[in-house]
Structure formats: C-alpha cells, structure tokens
Design a protein around this ligand. Structure first.
Ligand SMILES: *Cc1c(COP(=O)(O)O)cnc(C)c1O
Length: 443
C-alpha cells in the first residue's frame, strides 16, 4: 500500500468530496487547476507532434486499406462518424427530468474499423509507429515509399523475429493483437481476469498469444512489462505511461474539427463545445482532450466519466498524486462491468497533461451505463458497449453542478458531444443481454 491511513484521512479532510468518492456515491468534481490556453506552460506534447502523428497515419493508409479491406472505401483512414442524436437527447431529458440546453451529438468510435473501439486510435498508432521506426532503421523503407510494402511477405518475415506485448482488460489487447499479428510480430496480450472470453477467442483466432492473469488490469500490465523487459527483441505497449498512445488518440481532434465544419457547427466563445469522455487510465480521453484544446482552445470543455468503483483519474487529479494513486488504497474495489474503465491507477503521461486541461470528472454507477445503452437502442437504434455510454449522464451532471454559470457561459447554443468509445465487435448474445439488463432498470 502506497499511502498510510493517516494520509488518506487527511486528504478526506482537505477534499470533502473525496468522502463521497470512497463511499461510492456518484459525484461531479470541477477541476480547480484548469488553465486557460494562454496560461499553459510548455507541455510534453505539442501541436507539431499531433501533425506528425497525422502524417504517420497518412503514410500507413495504403497499408491499412490493403491489410484491412473494410477500410478500403475510406482509403485506409480509420475514422468514425459524428451523428446528431436528438431522439436520445429527448429520452435523456425525460429519464432525468431535466431539460438539456443546446444539442446532443454522438462520436461513434464504437464503429471504428478493425478494433471496434477508441483503442483503434491509440493502440494501432503505437504499433504502426514502432513498425515504421524498425523498418526505417533496417533500411527497408523510406518515408516517401508506398507503405503497402508493410503488407508484403518480406516485411512479415522481418517482423516475425520480433515480439510485441501489452497488458489489457480487452480492448487495447484487441487493437494491438490484431494489427501486430497482421504485420508479422509475435504478439502477446496479458489479459486481466475480468476480460471477456470472446475477446480472448477473437485474439487467438487472429494469431495473438493470450496469457490470462489472475488479477485486475494493474497486475496484468505489471506482469507483461516485467516479462517483456527480459526479451531484447520485444516491445511493450505501456498503457500507464505511453506518449505514442496519447498522440494516436489526439489525432481524433483534427478529424472531429473537419466533421463539425461539414455539419455547419461553429465552436467559439459563444458556441461552446462540451465533450464527455469515458475514462480508464486517462490516455484516450486525455489525448482527445489535448487535441481538442489545440483545435478549439478555451471554447471546448472536456469532462471525463468514470465508474464509481474505478475513480482512479478522479482521485489522482483531486489530491494531485496522479499515478501514485490506486483506488484499492482508498478501499475501492475496481469492480465494474465497464470494460476499459476497470482501471485502478491513472496513466502518468496523460495525467500530467489532463490535470491542466480537463474541466471536470464525474462518476456514475454501472446501472446508469446499462440504462444509457437501452435508451440509445430504443431512441436511435444504435448499439454501443456499456462503458461507451458513460458520456450520457454528462450534460445533466454538468448543468446541475453550476459549472456553466461559474464560467459565465451562454448555454443556449452549446453542443454536447458524448464520445461512444466501443461496441461494434460485441457478440449478438451479449448485446441482447446488456439491452435486457438496461431495459429492466428503466421500468
Ligand atoms: C480503453 C477504453 C476507454 C478509456 O481509455 P483510457 O485510455 O483507458 O482512459 C473507454 N472506453 C472504452 C470502451 C475503452 O476500451
């Protein structure tokens, strides 16, 4: 245990909201360290890094289109639609008994190709980044070449001498395992005990090695990191500290900006954009928030959503101890049905940045996830996985918190954007079970 009981009691005195958090009550926390863009210090990532990350995606597009025919129509660009969801907005208003000013949109990362979740951004990016670095160093390719070469037998042969590993509750493993194996790497996924069987089966079917670990995500990642370190030809994708994952996620902001423009949606001081992001270690929501802040500055307000049983990033940011926090130290069990959010410790890389950029964090009970899933299915005929619905209680939580008044915002023209982080790979039987579970709770 990293902290003493005395330290924890002192923090609870200092931050009274922490008492509610350890009591597993849903809370809304406003970040007192949020900075205006003009006041930001130098961060460990920049807009230039984002532009370079986008350029890497562009170089690999011919490879992706070839290796994953489902992306051929989009010419190898992995992106998801942006959808207005007015019927869901009405359903939420009715369910919560609260009007939601402005309009509600869904960013459909549940539909991202290949990995079926937001991990298709960060995870695939990190694999490609590593593969490119190796191929360049070996003199196999130049950046001006056609990267379809990465789909050739010669390249697969080359990469088969190397391995790649990752610790995961499921979704990150899927993105790394699938792309790593297609490139030819020996890939190993260390799965936490809560990982779903179908994800392990799918990975094995794609040629990845799956190692089942006894404990939660923290134990899976620790074991993976240690075992990988002993192999000089192995690369470990480290979700607790990766800059590459972060940059892969951040590129979403360029794409969203273009989509908003196409929809004729303005974002500025008079037209704020509120974005609600399901949060695990904080890499995906942190990278996306960082990117959005680069695009829209102070006009975008980002909120992270965590399960009441896994509020790692919330506690880490609230008491300022970030990656030193593990929810278990606070007597919280890290048990939730939300795949990808069942994380006890925040990412060190992402937390140091999100600390200055996130407007707030709220928590929600698992029941709310299933209710959101059923409401979305009924109102818009869309399926997302339970964790991907964590954004839906966001508008009501933020409106009730008084945040808009404190910031002096006119909310009549606000756009609320819930980031749906996963779902398209979930098997039909699970979909039906989740839906029935949510439906029963709505009665
Ligand atoms: C991984 C994941 C998240 C959160 O990403 P982090 O980088 O862990 O914060 C959210 N939703 C889903 C479905 C995920 O798989």
């Amino acid at each position: 245990m990293a902290f003493t009981q005395q330290q924890i009691e002192n923090w609870i005195k200092q931050y009274p909201l922490l008492q509610d958090v350890v009591s597993l009550k849903p809370v809304f926390w406003q970040n007192p360290k949020l900075q205006r863009m003009a006041d930001l210090p130098h961060l460990p990532v920049t807009l230039t890094d984002m532009e370079e990350a986008e350029a890497l995606w562009q170089r690999f597009a011919p490879f992706i289109a070839k290796a994953f025919p489902e992306t051929a129509e989009a010419e190898g660009i992995i992106e998801s639609p942006l959808k207005p969801i007015p019927h869901m907005q009405a359903a939420l208003e009715e369910n919560m008994g609260l009007p939601i000013s402005g309009s509600l949109f869904l960013k459909c990362d549940n539909d991202l190709p290949i990995a079926g979740s937001v991990k298709a951004r960060g995870g695939i990016y990190e694999v490609l980044q590593h593969a490119e670095e190796m191929a360049l160093a070996a003199g196999l390719i130049r950046k001006s070449d056609n990267y379809e070469l990465f789909a050739s037998d010669a390249f697969r042969q080359f990469f088969s001498n190397y391995s790649m590993a990752v610790g995961s509750t499921g979704n990150l493993g899927l993105s790394i395992g699938i792309v790593g194996a297609v490139l030819g790497f020996q890939t190993t996924v260390y799965m936490s005990s809560d990982a779903k069987q179908w994800k392990k089966d799918l990975l094995r079917a794609n040629g990845a090695h799956v190692l089942e670990c006894q404990g939660d995500f923290g134990e899976a990642i620790t074991r993976g990191r240690e075992e990988t370190r002993q192999n000089p030809n192995a690369y470990f994708v480290d979700d607790e500290k990766s800059k590459h994952l972060f940059l892969g996620y951040s590129v979403a902001a360029f794409r969203l900006k273009a989509q908003l423009e196409r929809e004729g949606i303005q974002v500025d001081a008079d037209h704020p954009l509120f974005v609600y992001l399901p949060c695990g270690v904080g890499g995906a929501p942190g990278g996306i928030a960082f990117g959005l802040k680069q695009m829209f500055g102070d006009a975008v307000h980002c909120f992270f959503a965590e399960p009441t049983h896994s509020p790692a990033v919330l506690i880490g940011l609230m008491i300022g101890e970030k990656e030193k926090v593990s929810v278990q130290d606070f007597g919280i069990d890290n048990r939730t049905e939300a795949d990808g959010l069942a994380v006890g410790r925040p990412s060190s890389f992402a937390s140091g940045i999100s600390e200055r950029l996130v407007s707030g964090v709220y928590t929600l009970e698992d029941d709310e996830l299933f209710k959101g899933l059923a409401l979305l299915a009924d109102s818009e005929d869309l399926f997302v996985e339970p964790s991907a619905t964590a954004g839906f209680p966001g508008p009501a939580a933020v409106l009730k918190s008084g945040y808009p008044e404190k910031k002096g915002l006119d909310m009549s023209k606000v756009v609320h954007l819930a980031w749906a982080t996963g779902g398209s790979l979930v098997p039909q039987a699970d979909r039906e079970r989740f839906y029935r579970q949510g439906k029963a709770m709505l009665r």
